[in-house]
Design a protein around this ligand. Sequence first.
Ligand code: COA
Length: 142
Amino acid sequence: MSEPEGAEVVRLPAGDPLPDWVARLDRTAFGAAWKAPAAHEALWLIPEVAFARWSRVPAAGEAELLRIAVDPAHRGRGLGRRLLEACQRELEAEGLVHLFLEVRVSNAAAIQLYRTCGWKPCGRRPAYYPDGEDAALFQRVP
Ligand SMILES: CC(C)(COP(=O)(O)OP(=O)(O)OC[C@H]1O[C@@H](n2cnc3c(N)ncnc32)[C@H](O)[C@@H]1OP(=O)(O)O)[C@@H](O)C(=O)NCCC(=O)NCCS
């Protein structure tokens, strides 16, 4: 694989099937792969190494980050930040300026990424995950 650090962030064209590597990384990072994006969803990719999946509500100017993952062999090199910042720029350019997400309270890497990309804590959902862990809620308003 060529070095991904300089690779472009690209958006999966609407209606395209989910690339196999996204499903593999989805299973690696979250234990189960989701299907191809629904009409209201959008996926941004750093090909072969990272993806971010969003749910969009254009009428409300909102979007929710559903999943973001970087291949374990390429974590800690700034790819997650580059991907998230690119998504934020494109969503905000489309007028989706109210961004939300939830994350396990134990997920230090993700929480650090969100904080340093301008996200602020805005709540907590007790025992939100099936194993009883709380979710921390974050929002980003530019
Ligand atoms: C969360 C994730 C996407 C971060 O991607 P990444 O490419 O490793 O992150 P980056 O290299 O861009 O680092 C972004 C920030 O997070 C910090 N960070 C990265 N890994 C970290 C770790 N293990 N512990 C604490 N902070 C960490 C970095 O230091 C950096 O902050 P800094 O610039 O202030 O130092 C990646 O760890 C991942 O895929 N995790 C599994 C899936 C997941 O949990 N996704 C989030 C829930 S949807």
